[in-house]
Design a protein around this ligand. Structure first.
Ligand code: FCB
Length: 459
């Protein structure tokens, strides 16, 4: 059993401000976004309904009753948004493909207008010196696929491989970096067991079957992407949390280990050839997924990098009445963001070091990291998001520590370029470096964006 330090609380002395030069000349500096959260244009150019449109239309599911149908109207305003990315000094940009723009469920042929949009977007990135990082699935499954069983159905694996094939054939001459899935945990567990994300189901067996099919679809898509894109760099992005036991008591430490089995090893072990963790399989019992011969070999396909999305550590307590594993995440203490998430920069260096040590996955990229605050536009039009600027600075200091410790982390994508549709929180939660006024669609650089720009200019 691994031993863990109890979370030491606040992060100690203010770090020395990081400098871009600390990371070397080849480090990638980006922002991350996702299709449903920013594109809008929900019914334009042949886009069909996604599970998030359906979920958002269900009363009570989204806190402000909103949806992504208009979002940031990035579908039309992308040139301005990419200009902002260029002007910040980014050299990479992470975006995702909206599957409902590509396949409508009626025709086997892809929707030309949907593909044309991403074609323009990618050209726009290249013209601005932004290396495109495309995510194939960031949660906006077409509703027609959900109607046929969604990710719980093995057919969705084949449908995803078709999507990967079509998209990489079209964009692969210009896009070299591909992320198959964003955060399979959220797709599977939040969407199908906890139920507060689309499609809103609450069954553990379904959730674990979904997780298996998501991982299988990753494994099956990777060789297709490689065949279409010579020299492609392909990986997957996982949402991971460093864990701390609520106390040093053996039952809390054991609860943390059980939680870790599902939260961390359930995804990483099969991706790196170890199959599903035995202890967790026993704990989930009849909810374990159906795994066919060959699946685990497919999932363990070699990849070129691992994407790590880091937001906060979790503190886990023994609670026999809570969840399938008798483990409960305690509410955060100390400094928190407007999401109630703890601010713990050192968790980033700790997490990267752990993943590297446990699996040796090769190059690591922080494919998301960011913070939510209740930003206000002041009379002079500025957004003084001091807390976000500090969050960013301290997390980059932690990243510098990881680099200095020899962890092979090669890039950082801030979540997010723009304020956007924050899933079940609707537009109530702002994560952007750039403020969006949803009534006018005006964009304004927050102070955090200006800090990032200064950092990227080497100032
Ligand atoms: C991540 C999601 C991303 C965004 C951030 C705040 O889990 O990948 O879309 O919602 O959280």
């Amino acid at each position: 059993m691994t031993t863990y330090d109890i979370f030491p609380g606040a992060d100690g002395p203010e770090p020395q401000a990081p400098q871009r030069a600390d990371f070397g000349p080849d480090f990638l500096w980006g922002c991350a976004t996702s299709s449903y959260q920013i594109e809008g244009a929900g019914t334009v150019d042949g886009r069909v309904e996604s599970i998030w449109d359906r979920f958002a239309a269900t009363p009570g599911k989204i806190r402000d009753g909103s949806s992504g149908v208009h979002a940031c109207d990035h579908y039309h305003r992308w040139p301005q948004d990419l200009d902002i990315g260029r002007d910040l000094g980014l050299n990479a940009y992470r975006f995702s493909i909206a599957w409902p723009r590509i396949f409508d469920g009626r025709s086997r042929e892809p929707n030309a207008k949907g593909l044309d949009f991403y074609d323009r977007l990618v050209d726009g990135m290249l013209e601005r010196g932004l290396q495109p990082w495309a995510t194939l699935y960031h949660w906006d499954l077409p509703q027609w696929l959900q109607d046929r069983g969604g990710w719980a159905s093995r057919d969705t694996v084949d449908a995803f491989v078709d999507l990967a094939d079509v998209v990489t054939r079209r964009l692969g001459d210009r896009v070299g970096h591909w992320i198959t899935h964003n955060e399979p945990w959220c797709t599977a567990i939040i969407g199908n067991y906890e139920g507060w994300h689309a499609p809103g189901l609450t069954d553990l067996g379904t959730a674990l079957q979904v997780a298996h099919h998501v991982l299988l679809s990753h494994g099956r898509a990777v060789p297709v992407i490689r065949a279409n894109v010579p020299g492609a760099q392909v990986g997957i992005s996982l949402s991971l949390h460093p864990l701390r036991p609520a106390s040093a008591a053996p039952e809390d430490v054991a609860a943390m280990e059980r939680h870790d089995g599902l939260r961390y090893r359930w995804f990483l072990d099969p991706l790196y050839g170890r199959g599903y963790p035995e202890a967790t399989l026993a704990q989930v019992g009849a909810a374990a997924p159906v795994v066919l011969p060959g699946d685990l070999d497919d999932i363990a396909v070699p990849t070129d990098f691992l994407g790590v999305n880091y937001y906060f550590p979790e503190t886990v307590a023994h609670d026999p009445d809570h969840g399938p594993l008798g483990a409960r995440i305690l509410p955060a203490q100390g400094e928190i963001t407007a999401m109630g998430w703890p601010v713990a920069p050192q968790g980033l260096s700790e997490l990267l070091a752990r993943v590297d040590r446990d699996y040796r996955p090769g190059p690591l990229y922080v494919t998301e990291n960011g913070s939510c605050y209740d930003d206000v536009v002041t009379g002079d039009g500025s957004v003084r998001d001091v807390a976000r600027r500090r969050y960013l600075m301290r997390h980059l200091a932690a990243l510098r520590q990881a680099v200095a410790d020899g962890v092979p982390v090669k890039g950082y994508f801030a979540w997010s370029l723009l304020d956007n549709f924050e899933w079940a929180e609707g537009y109530l939660r702002r994560f952007g470096l750039v403020h969006v006024d949803y009534a006018t669609q005006e964009r304004r650089l927050k102070d955090s964006a200006k800090w990032y720009r200064t950092f990227l200019r080497g100032g």
